[in-house]
Design a binder for this molecule. Structure first.
Ligand code: ZN
Length: 136
């Protein structure tokens, strides 16, 4: 889905995209795992596979050096999904490991594909990365 810089950010912040997640998509480092999580959700909405790949921990199960195949599967997920919103249910922050529990409202093929996930984030060289997720 294409969104303009002046649209409301899909992450649910009530800020304009250009003043919210776009800053991170353009290269700034999120200060917290929560900011990273929201900016990754937003990257799925707009199909920014590069950002998803860049912010995935090397220990993640989907991590592969074959970034071309990886990017196409991210784009496919993005194109086949209708993103209806994000709510943050819990955020536990520590220095190098943080957890965010969220509810992503998603529709695929006109069917509800929403899920609740507890994501684990780890900080490497000052950059928060998505490590893994547990879907409940
Ligand atoms: Zn945002």
């Amino acid at each position: 889905m294409k969104i303009s810089a002046n649209s409301l950010c899909p992450c649910g912040s009530s800020k304009k995209y250009k003043k919210c997640c776009k800053i991170f998509h353009n290269g700034s480092k999120p200060k917290t795992a929560l900011e990273l999580m929201k900016s990754r959700y937003c990257a799925y909405v707009i199909g920014d596979a590069k950002y998803i790949i860049k912010t995935t921990h090397p220990e993640n199960i989907e991590y592969t050096k074959d970034t071309q195949t990886w990017a196409s599967s991210i784009k496919e997920f993005s194109q086949n999904s209708e993103f209806l919103g994000l709510s943050i249910l819990d955020f536990k922050e520590d220095i190098n490991v943080s957890f965010v529990t969220f509810n992503a409202l998603i529709k695929q093929n006109a069917q509800d594909a929403s899920f609740i996930e507890k994501s684990r984030f780890e900080k490497i060289d000052g950059m928060w990365l998505y490590h893994s997720g547990q879907i409940s």
